[in-house]
Design a protein around this ligand. Structure first.
Ligand code: GDP
Ligand code: MG
Length: 438
């Protein structure tokens, strides 16, 4: 992946100590290749590498004691700039009810799913959205939106299902009647840029005057993302981008090209098919992720989303009294809730690689196996795993349908985690780690 390649390049630089101009040239060439292979637009790459190189070749960097670190910092900063520098908020007029958000984009880009995800996100922020099913070209489109709306508890206005412009206008009136403060308009797309589609989008835009038009872009789109985006920018114009399918094995080049090519900010990224997989886009965090530096803030936010008072109390008890098998299980379930190990691993530097090198080491199936083993232990054994002798290990293995080795492995893993907890306990008692107050 792009991250792996950039990490390799930086790794080689770090191994060198002092850097020559040649070293920088080689590194920049590698970065250039990595970006091109990740489908970043050619012109964007050229400008980017030129800016990085110029900054790297200053005496300040070359003569510093840690030149490699400086190079990484320069690339990180330039990447952040490329991605838009600052977070871009969704702007809605204060004195207008309902506010209208319209989604546009090619067919299959993820508009309908994004409409539902956005509704879910904004509902969570206290809004009362109404979804308008204005893709009247594919009969299944309104059904799809209705199903998604049902899942997240958001009403969907379908109208006659024929005239997209009328459906949009009526949805706005419907929202007034039903006290919805927000209308999210899903529209039709084509596989390619098409006159009729553009005209319809423009007509809907005129009819409902959206506060925000967001273009949904498939991150897997590759190089021609740039053409599609430029076309939409001139015909319909839009305020920002929702980048979808960033969870897939997208090479990610689109995200890096969009801002520079169109000047439009990425506002949200979508990392999966579930309603809660839409996230506000943070350029600095994305840049760090691309460089494999991890998204620590993201991990904490993700954890806070699922953490409740009980879990905070549990954590405090664990630090006080030690770590039981039940704790180990609930930790693992927690990880599952946070979106699986794959997703978390993607946010921790080096973790994704470590997991790839040890296939199956931390997959979801393993959680099921561990759950079975723990459930075959008695309550006492779960609290004091050290007391489990050889005979009991065999019983537990038989009871859970797993091997004795797996049982041993789990108990060993618990031992290591318990040791880690012990260390943390030591730190808290010394006051080195502040207790989180809530
Ligand atoms: P539309 O034609 O633009 O309305 O696209 P849809 O919303 O129907 O999405 C097309 C397909 O992409 C569907 O199968 C979605 O489930 C899938 N999809 C949309 N967004 C994401 C995403 O962020 N990640 C993944 N993995 N799939 C997505
Ligand atoms: Mg659709």
């Amino acid at each position: 992946s792009l991250s792996d390649r950039l990490q390799d390049t930086f790794g080689r630089l770090r191994g060198k100590g002092r850097l020559t101009e040649d070293d920088i040239n080689v590194a920049m060439r590698e970065i250039r290749m990595a970006l091109l292979e990740a489908d970043v637009n050619y012109r964007v790459v050229k400008g980017f590498v030129a800016r990085c190189k110029e900054k790297c070749l200053t005496s300040e960097v070359m003569d510093s004691l840690t030149p490699a670190q400086n190079v990484v910092k320069i690339v990180l900063d330039e990447l952040t700039v490329l991605l838009g520098s600052t977070d871009s908020k969704l702007t809605l007029a204060q004195n207008r009810t309902p506010n209208v958000i319209m989604l546009v984009g090619l067919q299959g880009s993820g508009k309908t799913t994004a409409a539902a995800k956005l509704a879910y996100l904004l509902k969570g922020q206290g809004h009362s959205p109404l979804l308008a099913a204005c893709d009247t070209h594919r009969p299944a489109a309104a059904d799809q939106l209705a199903t998604l709306g049902g899942e997240i508890g958001v009403s969907v206005y379908r109208g006659d299902g024929v005239d997209a412009v009328a459906v949009a206008s009526e949805a706005v009136r419907e929202a007034v009647d039903h006290l919805n403060d927000l209308v999210i308009v899903d529209t039709a797309g084509r596989l390619q840029i098409d006159e009729e589609m553009m005209n319809e989008a423009v007509a809907i835009k005129r009819a409902v005057r959206p506060d925000q038009i967001l273009m949904v872009l498939d991150a897997m789109g590759g190089q021609d993302i740039v053409n599609v985006v430029s076309e939409f920018a001139t015909r319909v114009d839009f305020d920002g981008v929702i980048m979808s399918k960033l969870d897939g094995d997208a090479r990610g080049g689109g995200a890096l090209s969009v801002r520079e090519v169109t000047g439009k900010p990425i506002k949200f990224v979508s990392m999966g098919e579930k309603p809660d997989s839409l996230e506000v886009f943070h350029p600095d965090r994305m840049a760090k992720r691309i460089l494999g530096m991890g998204d620590v803030v993201g991990i904490i936010e993700q954890a806070e989303k699922v953490a409740d008072e009980q879990q905070v109390a549990d954590a405090e008890r664990m630090l006080r009294e030690g770590f039981t098998m039940d704790d180990l299980l609930s930790q693992m379930q927690q990880i599952k809730k946070m979106g699986g190990l794959q997703k978390i691993a993607g946010m921790i530097p080096g973790m994704e690689r470590a997991m790839a090198q040890a296939p199956g080491a931390a997959d979801e199936d393993q959680l099921v196996r561990i759950e079975a083993i723990i459930h075959s232990m008695t309550r006492g054994e779960r609290v004091r795993p050290k007391t489990i002798n050889g005979q009991r290990r065999r019983r537990i293995a038989a009871g859970s349908g797993r091997s004795v080795q797996e049982v041993n492995q789990l108990i060993k893993q618990w031992g290591e985690m318990n040791k880690m907890m012990g260390k943390m306990r030591g730190l808290t008692q010394q006051g080195a780690v502040g207790k989180k107050s809530r």
